[in-house]
Design a protein around this ligand. Structure first.
Ligand code: MGD
Ligand code: MGD
Ligand code: SF4
Ligand code: MO
Length: 699
């Protein structure tokens, strides 16, 4: 790939250790600089997260940073709908003026920001949260409306913390629900392999036969969306045999009796009928858990929250974790302690609850627990169907016109805004609708703190490159805040490096220490079973099998199992079941299709289907299939997978492809989890038709 080299590296020749923040793994990397230009990226051996390894996208960061199509100049949409290049100062001035005018006209809460996955879930996200509250708008929107916060809510309700820090290395049994770490979290693999070598048993629960499922001692293939029934069946098995953590449950549990009574109906036969998993496999899973109890990891992936029964499914799995002794145990799911850094957000100082954050009345938990406005509701508000209109939006590090469900509706909503600003590295389907596109700084051009709750570890990344005319995220929000008159009070720091110093001050760790230890440092030794000395961080301080808080909101107190949408609404018109979003190594959502060496590995969007279904449709490998849902329709070439990979009647499309290839033209924004508002992105009922010959068919 031909590189356009620009910007000045902080050194001329040598190697700079830092952190890759292209995805949330945040691997330690060594950036090799030659003649002022980044030449090579390799893994940092001393970093506990990746221990020297990299995924294919890690080294490809060089190709992103110097990509010939990278945006280097602000763009402004003209009357003809095309873009003109304008100077950065002019862009910032005009955006500031237009925000002020929209705030005057519609009220400041009509202004929102939307954060994507590319900027992460920590420091970069706190800048727009701070900015909006200082401005007077509570409307922070983000990818968190469809990634991880349902799991977070579920685990917070049950045990007070999300179990995102599985201690694979010390586990005797590892339960993985709907996750394929060799592809999505490759840094999990080293500790999982180590545990397996020491005799730990691996159980994978996934309707597809995946790379991790093929390494498992036991692979259960429930029908999508039925994991809740399986979790209740396993709870029943443990309760009835008396093989559960009785001391934990009796001392620290609340609502156990009600849960045990409810579990009673989940006999092996009933669970087998609900999930399609053979009874002997459920029995074997129960035995492996009993053998591994007190040292069992119980980890849940994203696909379970992409169902409309997601929160309760994950709550049921969390309850199972309490019975097997996973809570805050070595070899289980430790409860991470925080670094104690300062908070950038203003939720205590300027809560703005009187301003009615969008979605708060429908999904109060999303806001209560995570201060997150629901993006599906926000799209409606942009279309004039909310409690009040949203009129201006600033998007950073995301491509929602591709990645949110029902993209046609997202595009319509974004097109009708009075102001859409998008900060990006490249032109995307979202920038196409913008009034202003601002070139953004990549992770190589930012300096931020990275906290790894797993190891209670903190690292600080370095700004390696400075490209003239490009503001990093902090500087962007700082300059807007100053333009709007509240910069001195709320954005007083000159640079992100100054922010880092301020954030770290109460921790006793200095930026200099972190510069001296680029791999980072442990901030607190990991301790276990802390619930013996301090209450769990739930509302009652107990491990909550039943939630009074949910009951008060009109939901069942127990994490009851409800059949997934497609089973409750069986339709002759949509007889196949679409799973979307199985990750591919080469891509992150809509990113990296423009990197030739990654694109070659996976050149096009496709629909994966079982050989029997392909035969019934009369479709051969590579031939086009029309896929239709209640929402829309796309045409994609078929990729016929091995007989074992997908169950008959089930198809898979990975998200992130543009236009016709985009599975989010099929997904629904209105079939949502009643507790979190998360949309149904997987288990979508669809119809398939061969485009040439073949014709319609049912499985
Ligand atoms: N159907 C279906 N849809 C899904 C999913 C699914 O499983 N199925 N998964 C969902 C999940 S879990 C997630 S997290 C979302 C992700 O959805 P998004 O948050 O929209 O993520 P990306 O598509 O990766 O978009 C990131 C954008 O940020 C830009 N970018 C990259 N680096 C930077 C940077 O440093 N600064 C700035 N300002 N911009 C940058 C990239 O060029 C890219 O256009 O997708 C969701 N959508
Ligand atoms: N290479 C790469 N890595 C990524 C990403 C990426 O886009 N590319 N995205 C990152 C992000 S933001 C996220 S959120 C994570 C997601 O990563 P994970 O949470 O690990 O999820 P996946 O690896 O996509 O695996 C989801 C699996 O769930 C299965 N599944 C679908 N429906 C069900 C169901 O109802 N029950 C069960 N038990 N299984 C089901 C699917 O078959 C699939 O194999 O990956 C992260 N890592
Ligand atoms: S997994 Fe890959 S892209 Fe993600 S942080 Fe690590 S090297 Fe970077
Ligand atoms: Mo995600």
């Amino acid at each position: 790939m031909r590189h356009h080299v620009y910007g000045q590296s902080v050194i001329h020749n040598g190697t700079i250790p830092t952190i890759c923040r292209q995805c949330d793994m945040r691997c330690g990397i060594e950036v090799g600089v030659e003649s002022g230009r980044i030449a090579k990226i390799t893994g940092m051996k001393a970093h506990p997260q990746n221990r020297g390894r990299l995924c294919p996208k890690g080294s490809a960061a060089v190709d992103t940073v110097y990509h010939p199509e990278r945006l280097l100049t602000p763009l402004k949409k003209n009357r003809n709908g095309s873009f003109d290049q304008i100077p950065l100062e002019q862009a910032m001035e005009e955006i500031t003026e237009r925000l002020a005018a929209i705030g005057e006209k519609h009220g400041r809460r009509s202004i929102a920001a939307w954060h994507g996955e590319a900027l992460g879930f920590a420091q970069q996200e706190m800048y727009p949260r701070r900015f909006l509250h200082a401005l007077g708008s509570p409307n922070f929107l983000s990818v968190n409306s469809l990634c991880y916060v349902s799991r977070y809510i579920a685990y917070r309700l049950v045990q007070g913390y999300w179990n995102a820090c599985p201690d694979f290395s010390n586990a005797r049994c590892i339960l993985l629900w709907g996750t394929n770490p060799p592809v999505s979290h490759f840094t999990f693999m080293q500790p999982i392999e180590e545990a397996k070598r020491r005799g730990a048993r691996l159980v994978v629960i996934d309707p597809r036969s995946t790379e991790i499922a093929r390494k498992a001692d036991l692979h259960l293939r429930p029908k999508p969306g039925t994991d809740g029934a399986l979790a209740w069946g396993l709870m029943r098995r443990l309760i009835q045999s008396g093989h559960y953590d009785k001391e934990f449950v009796s001392r620290y549990g609340a609502g156990f009796e009600a849960a045990a009574a409810y579990a009673d109906q989940f006999t092996i036969q009933m669970v087998s009928a609900a999930t399609g998993v053979p009874p002997e496999k459920i029995e074997e899973c129960g035995s492996l858990i009993v053998d591994g109890r007190f040292r069992t990891v119980n980890y849940v992936g994203v696909s379970l929250e992409h169902q409309e029964n997601g929160v309760n499914t994950v709550r049921a799995i969390a309850c199972l974790g309490g019975l097997i002794g996973a809570v805050d145990r070595e070899g289980g799911d430790p409860w991470p302690e925080s670094l104690g850094e300062r908070a950038l957000t203003l939720y205590d100082e300027l809560p703005l609850l009187d301003q009615e954050p969008i979605g708060v009345s429908e999904y109060p938990l999303l806001y209560d627990f995570y201060k997150e406005c629901n993006t599906m509701k926000a799209v409606e508000a942009m279309l004039g169907k909310g409690p009040y209109p949203l009129r201006a939006l600033i998007v950073c590090g995301g491509n929602p016109v591709n990645t949110n469900p029902n993209t046609a509706k997202v595009a319509e909503a974004f097109s009708g805004l009075e102001l859409l600003v998008v900060r990006e590295l490249f032109l995307t389907e979202t920038t196409a609708l913008a009034d202003y596109v601002l070139p953004a700084a990549s992770f190589i051009e930012r300096a931020e703190l990275h906290i790894y709750a797993h190891y209670q570890w903190v690292s600080m990344s370095r700004r390696i490159l400075q490209i003239p005319g490009i503001l990093d995220e902090y500087a962007f929000w700082r300059d807007l805040a100053h333009g709007l008159g509240f910069g001195n009070e709320y954005f007083p720091w000159q640079s992100e490096e100054e922010v880092n110093r301020w954030l770290l001050e109460p921790t006793g760790i200095t930026p200099q220490q972190l510069r001296d230890h680029p791999e980072g440092m442990e901030y607190k030794t990991v301790r276990y079973e802390k619930y013996r000395k301090q209450p769990l961080a739930t509302l009652s301080g107990k491990f909550e099998f039943a939630s009074g808080y949910l009951q008060d909101l009109g939901h069942p107190a127990l994490p009851v199992y409800e059949e997934p949408y497609y089973l409750r609404n069986r339709s002759e018109d949509f007889p196949y079941l679409l799973i979307s979003g199985a990750r591919k190594r080469e891509y992150l959502h809509s990113r990296y299709r423009n990197i030739p060496k990654l694109r070659r590995l996976h050149p096009q969007a496709e629909i994966e289907l079982n050989p029997a279904d392909a035969a019934a449709l009369g479709v051969r490998d590579g031939e086009d299939v029309r896929v239709s849902s209640e929402i829309g329709s796309v045409v994609l070439p078929a990729r016929i997978v091995g007989e074992e990979e997908l169950l008959p009647g089930m198809v898979q499309i990975t998200h992130g492809w543009e236009g016709q290839g985009n599975v989010n033209r099929l997904t629904s924004d209105t079939i949502t989890d009643p507790i979190s508002g998360f949309p149904l992105l997987t288990s979508v009922p669809v119809r398939l038709e061969a485009v040439y010959g073949g014709g319609d068919s049912t499985p």
